[in-house]
Each structure stands twice: as structure tokens, then as C-alpha cells.
Design a protein. Sequence first.
Length: 255
Amino acid sequence: MNTEAESRAALIEELQVMRRRLEAAEQELARRTLTDDVELERQRVERELRQQEERLRLIVDGVRDHAISMLDPQGRIVTFNRSVEQIKGHALEDVRGQYFALFFTPEDRASGLPELELKTASEQGRYEGEGWRERKDGSRFYAAVSLSRLKDDSGELVGFVKVTQDRTQSRELSEALRRRESELRLIIDAIPGLVAYMSVDETYRQVNHAYEDWFGQPAAKLVGKHISDVVGNRAYDVIRTHVAAALAGPSVSFA
């Protein structure tokens, strides 16, 4: 499990513990009758509730890069941290109590994706996915999302925690890299001679069509192989010093 996933799991566990504490305090308060002593106890419990709620708010608001929303069992918005407003543009007072589908695109709402997320999280404990989401102003961002169920001590579903991370920039960078690789492929395939790109461990990263034709293997089978496995050990022994020199940095020519 990576650090991000571990942090997210720890946060959800903390939310569940805090919710159980709040419910226990509320139940304790509800069991008591109104006497002077109990009034003091009621005030103490209410102070504890406020402290627990403030601690929970600080925990959630302290997560800067993730938009965290608390939903009730029907998927209605209970609360969320500041990152939701920053990423999605919605103020809590404007959307509290509304169905969380407002965060989705019209096409995803029409396809039933919000309901699928709730159903999966309810039955399996967690939903994870990536896709486009919609901001308040109608603009879109690419998001990695998870929806985790929250249960009380009796196993009753009490709500969900939804975590959203804006991956738009990362996706744009990945797409730009794929475009550059595609452009590079077109260029090297236009070269009639044999062209190969290698990693420092002398394994193939990319070859052109001429290289594929010469060795009778498609690029998919060549990429990842060590050069000696393709050209043969005898040929490799002849060129290995030149290959090592080229991989060290300077341009090398040999016959």
C-alpha cells in the first residue's frame, strides 16, 4: 500500500473513531434525567462534543490536497473540508443536504454513476475510480475518487466518506508525454537506418521499423530486452565498449 493510500485509510479510520465517540456521548446524554447534577454533566458532555467536532474539523481541513466530503446513508452532503470549495467551487452552506450527484457531469448522472458508487461502497466497503467531474461554474477537472462506507459499532451504515483528488495537471502531463512519444516514433520510423533507444542497463526502450525488420521482431518483443539477447553474444562482445561509452554521454561512432 503506498503512502497516499495509507494516509487516506488512516483518515477514514480516525473519522470512524470520532463518530463512535460522538454517538456514545450523545447516547449518554440522552439516558440521563434533568437534575442539577445532570445539567452539569450535560454541559460537560456538550463541551466534549464540541471539542470532538472541532478536532474532526481540524483533521479534515488539514488535508490540503484532497477534497473530503461526509455524506449521509442516502448520499446527501453533511459536511466537507475547505479543499472541496477550492477544487469544486461549492460553498458548504449552499449545498448542505443536497444529493452528492451535483459533483458529477450530466452524462455521468444520466448513466447512474453516483448510484453505482453508493451501491459499491455500501456492499463492498469502498469504491475507487477516475473520471471527469464538474465544478460549480460548469468547468471540468479530472479526478481520482474514492467512496468509503462508515458503520457504527452495531454494523449499521451511518454514512460515507468521499475523497477526491484533482489529477487534471497530472493527466495533461501524461497526455503531453504520450504525444511527444508518438511524434518521436513518427520521426524515427521515417529514418531508413536502424535506430534504437536504450536505458543505461542496455535494455531497449524504443526501436524504429527498420530495426524491427532487420531483426524480424516487433517492437513489443524487443523493448525491455538486453541488447545481447537481440544481436547475439558475439556481436555484443564487439560493440559493448562502444555501447557503454555512448550510454555514458558522449556521441560515439564506430564501424
